[in-house]
Design a protein around this ligand. Structure first.
Ligand code: URP
Ligand code: ZN
Ligand code: ZN
Length: 474
């Protein structure tokens, strides 16, 4: 007999109600009022909200970048996620130029093997359709078909990072055409990498090498231009597109314009863009600002309200983290004298739900139902796993979060599970935290009795195959 969660309030994307949840093995067996107790283990959820476990669709675990590797591996990264109430991640496998997507898939399978602690899936970042240099892109296009068969139904395309991950418009368009035929989703890092590179070189030539200039070198217009271009090309190709880490109101305007024109375009923003700003975190006078060097960079504060409004109104569909952690002491320091060498990325997977609840729900910007939609239900739907994850519905995996809306929590690197030596929200006091977390029916976190600990076995997380559903548009 499985656990019976009683006395809680179930919050779904569409409404809230008092009901019990019965878990059987790894699955939600029953949801209803006053389920008979029999011999179930009772979990008393009095005062708690019962929600689907969080799904963070944008993380970079154990990822090589900027001459180093992101600090969280699949063990620390997935444990940190779980402690914060997130029970499923979608990470990125990166194809290197001259190598196949299959190699990238195998590499990321090895990274996660016996290490992942909650369930996860992968997007495939495409950089090369002709890895064997035959002059024909057929090989890469066939590999895209194979990836979809493997359950990788989203392809990531970088319009930034020239010489490393960036692809040109022709290659992007070809991938989009193929994705359209496969019903796969194209995820886009939308920044004009070529223009940004010129600005970067000019700044360095003028001696502007501090972290602050990383942010100034990447104009919101470079993001807006690329956002429009990516969606227009996807529309031409007949593909559904998902803009990752949208950070500012100019890019949002481009998104809304194309959505208004009927393009099948979705987008996420990330916690950091909702609550951190260039004025507060990067005023321009300290090396500490390297902690906030990621791309797109922090923006002016005036961008935050439009992002919150777009979440509430629906132009933005998801809040993810772009969790890409590097330690301040020995990784960010690679760029001490030159911001180009600071590894880009910040930690956040553990704090996503706390930030979204405290600054979203508590501040009256979004409802609890919208919180569930943005953090779990929409990610599951858009990324082709709504038959397994993202809702409290019989037959789905029992990934369940018992959320305490009254819990006071102080965010700090000293108590976090993420492997960085800093936290972007250091010292912030939030109200609302994960109380208990179930992953496929197993209690893996109990912050009420053993705060911050992961209680499950290392390696218990499984790869989740996702359906190709064109971002839920199809
Ligand atoms: O700075 C960032 N965002 N690092 C991770 C790679 C990416 O662009 O998402
Ligand atoms: Zn990116
Ligand atoms: Zn990213």
């Amino acid at each position: 007999m499985g656990a019976l969660i009683k006395n809680g309030t179930i919050v779904s994307a569409t409404g809230s109600r008092r009901a019990d949840v019965l878990i059987s093995g790894e699955i939600i067996a029953q949801v209803g009022e006053k389920i008979v107790e029999e011999e179930h283990e009772i979990v008393d959820a009095t005062g708690l909200l019962v929600m689907p476990g969080g799904i963070d669709v944008h993380t970079h675990l154990d990822m090589p970048f900027g001459g180093t590797t992101s600090a969280d591996d699949y063990t620390t990264g997935t444990q940190a996620a779980a402690v914060g109430g997130t029970t499923m991640l979608i990470d990125f496998a990166l194809q290197s130029q001259g190598h196949t997507m299959r190699e990238a898939f195998d590499t990321w399978c090895k990274k996660s093997d016996r290490k992942a602690c909650v369930d996860f899936s992968l997007h495939m970042a495409v950089t090369d359709l002709d890895p064997h240099h035959t002059g024909d892109t057929g090989y890469g296009l066939r590999e895209m078909e194979e990836m979809v068969v493997e359950g990788i139904s989203s392809f990531k395309l970088f319009m930034a990072y020239p010489g490393v991950l960036m692809i040109d418009d022709g290659l992007m368009f070809r991938v989009m055409q193929k994705a359209a035929g496969l019903n796969a989703l194209c995820c886009i890092h939308a920044e004009n990498g070529s223009a940004i590179d010129i600005v970067v070189s000019q700044m360095i030539a003028e001696g502007k090498a501090a972290p602050h200039y990383h942010a100034l070198s990447r104009s919101p217009k470079a993001e807006a231009e690329a956002t429009h271009r990516a969606i227009a090309l996807a529309d031409m190709a007949g593909a559904a597109v998902y803009i990752v880490h949208l950070s500012n109101e100019d890019a949002l305007a481009a998104l809304k314009f194309m959505q208004g024109r009927g393009a099948r375009a979705l987008a996420e923003t990330c916690t950091q863009y909702l609550v951190l700003s260039i004025e507060d975190q990067m005023p321009g006078n300290s090396w500490e600002e390297a902690k906030f060097v990621f791309t797109p960079p922090l923006r002016e504060k005036k961008n935050q309200k439009p992002l919150w409004d777009a979440l509430a109104e629906g132009a933005l569909s998801v809040v993810s983290t772009d969790h890409c952690p590097f330690r301040f002491a020995d990784q960010k320091s690679l760029g001490k004298d030159d911001f180009r060498k600071i590894p880009n990325g910040g930690p956040g997977v553990e704090n996503r739900l706390q930030i979204l609840w405290h600054f979203g729900v508590n501040a009256g910007r979004i409802t609890p139902e919208k919180f569930v939609e943005l953090a779990a239900t929409a990610p599951a739907r858009i990324f082709g796993m709504e038959k397994k994850k993202g809702s409290i519905v019989p037959g789905l995996d029992a990934d369940i979060l018992l959320w305490d809306p009254d819990a006071d929590y102080t965010i700090s690197a000293a108590t976090q599970r993420m492997a960085t030596d800093y936290n972007m929200f250091e010292g912030w006091k939030v109200k609302g935290n994960a109380a208990k977390v179930f992953s496929r029916g197993e209690l893996v976190v109990d912050n009420t009795t053993r705060p911050g600990e992961f209680l499950g076995a290392t390696g218990r997380g499984r790869f989740v195959r996702r359906d190709a559903n064109a971002g839920g548009f199809a």
